[in-house]
Design a protein around this ligand. Structure first.
Ligand SMILES: NC(=O)c1ccc[n+]([C@@H]2O[C@H](COP(=O)([O-])OP(=O)(O)OC[C@H]3O[C@@H](n4cnc5c(N)ncnc54)[C@H](O)[C@@H]3O)[C@@H](O)[C@H]2O)c1
Ligand SMILES: [Zn+2]
Ligand SMILES: [Zn+2]
Length: 361
């Protein structure tokens, strides 16, 4: 027996999102139905609405979520009804080349539910990042559910499902930051601010926050930045060099996704340092760099998808650190909103007023 719940869809390019009735099938083999408790509003949801991801409208938006497993399909052993889970968009397949060579954090064949959720007229929905959690309930592959300590509030736990994990992982997993390193983060929105919290967790000695918006820089200080740079007022490359005794930072995280900020990251790192690109560029963007500098500076230029995370390893650990008071995940929740307030949340996100608006159910 399928069931009907309320969910938020994007019907066509640029049109305001709609709260409507959607149909959730019973879970089939390997699937689970989740009762959503909280779902953060991420830039990627807006990208979907604007047609920036693909044309598979209508989309069921929302992908940064935590909730309770309501029902599981045949053969599901990893989770059971009643479990508190964070949903992920990297349900490792165990069979692709990355998985088989022991690097499941690079899995490129992630599992999603096989059945489709639909509108009441039968139109098939495309769930954002294979999740679709701006809905009272959603259908996912069981591997997309990671069980964590239910002592964590859902609004906080859900954030690990996307942006906050991307930021922390960019530093801890991709950048391999360790005790005593200097780290600069360019762009301190939800993702960059999480990178700053990750740098503190990893024991970085100098943590330099760079943004154009003083509100973001103030928040970065709360999360562990030791220095702030308003790059609208001073040259960020020169300033990062000065703060690091003339050398440049060991690791520079680019969390904007633009050619000019990528170049700043390239030049602001020390010799043999690392650049981690976590900001997502648009297809038209290009950069030009002197090849002699690429060679001469050594080190590595990396990109980070989802913080190179492994949900089964990273989500429970980060929730435990939060519960111990060692990772202030609650500081990322700027406001909680209702399911009918997604458009307003998009506006606040674009104006830079929030790190995260989180829908509470
Ligand atoms: N790699 C991944 O897996 C992943 C996951 C989620 C999000 N992202 C991407 O990360 C990026 C940041 O996401 P977010 O949610 O933090 O967005 P956001 O809008 O909250 O933050 C962007 C920040 O960059 C600042 N900024 C803009 N232009 C700047 C400039 N020229 N110099 C310095 N700062 C500048 C803004 O003031 C803002 O604080 C986006 O491109 C998003 O798509 C990547
Ligand atoms: Zn795989
Ligand atoms: Zn996201």
């Amino acid at each position: 027996m399928s069931q009907q719940v309320q969910g938020v869809i994007a019907r066509s390019v640029g049109a305001p999102v709609e709260l409507t009735t959607i149909v959730i099938p019973d879970p089939g083999p390997g699937e689970a139905v989740i009762q959503i408790q909280a779902c953060g509003v991420c830039h990627t949801d807006l990208h979907y609405r604007e047609g920036g991801i693909n044309d598979d409208f209508p989309f069921l938006l929302g992908h940064e979520a935590a909730g309770i497993v309501e029902a599981v399909g045949p053969g599901v052993t990893e989770v059971a009804p009643g479990d508190f889970v964070i949903l992920n968009w990297r349900a490792v397949c165990g069979q692709c080349r990355a998985c088989l060579r022991g690097r499941p954090q690079y899995c490129f064949a992630t599992h999603n539910a096989k059945q489709k959720m639909t509108l009441v007229d039968g139109t098939e929905l495309s769930p954002a990042l294979g999740i679709g959690a701006f809905a009272e309930k959603t259908l996912v592959a069981a591997g997309q559910c990671t069980k964590v300590d239910p002592a964590a509030p859902p609004a906080v736990a859900g954030l690990l499902g996307c942006g906050v994990m991307a930021g922390i992982g960019a530093v801890v997993n991709t950048g391999n930051v360790s005790r005593g390193d200097s780290v600069a983060v360019i762009g301190c929105g939800g993702v960059g601010a999480a990178a700053i919290a990750g740098a503190r967790l990893a024991g970085a000695a100098k943590i330099i926050a760079v943004d154009l918006d003083d509100r973001k820089l103030a928040k970065a200080l709360e999360l562990g930045a030791t220095h702030t740079v308003n790059s609208g007022q001073v040259d960020p490359v020169e300033t990062i060099r000065t703060i690091t005794n003339g050398f440049g930072a060991d690791v520079v995280v680019e969390a904007v996704g633009r050619p000019e900020t990528y170049k700043q990251a390239f030049y602001a790192r020390d010799l043999a340092g690392t650049v981690v690109l976590v900001g997502v560029p648009t297809p038209d963007m290009k950069i030009e760099l002197p090849l002699a500098e690429v060679f001469g500076r050594g080190g590595s230029l990396k990109s980070s998808w989802y913080g190179d995370c492994l949900p089964s390893r990273d989500f429970p650990m980060l929730i435990d650190l939060f519960l111990q008071g060692r990772l202030p995940l609650d500081a990322f929740v700027s406001e909680t909103v209702g399911l009918d307030e997604i458009e307003a949340a998009f506006v606040k996100m674009q104006a830079g007023d929030v790190l995260r608006s989180v829908v509470l159910f």
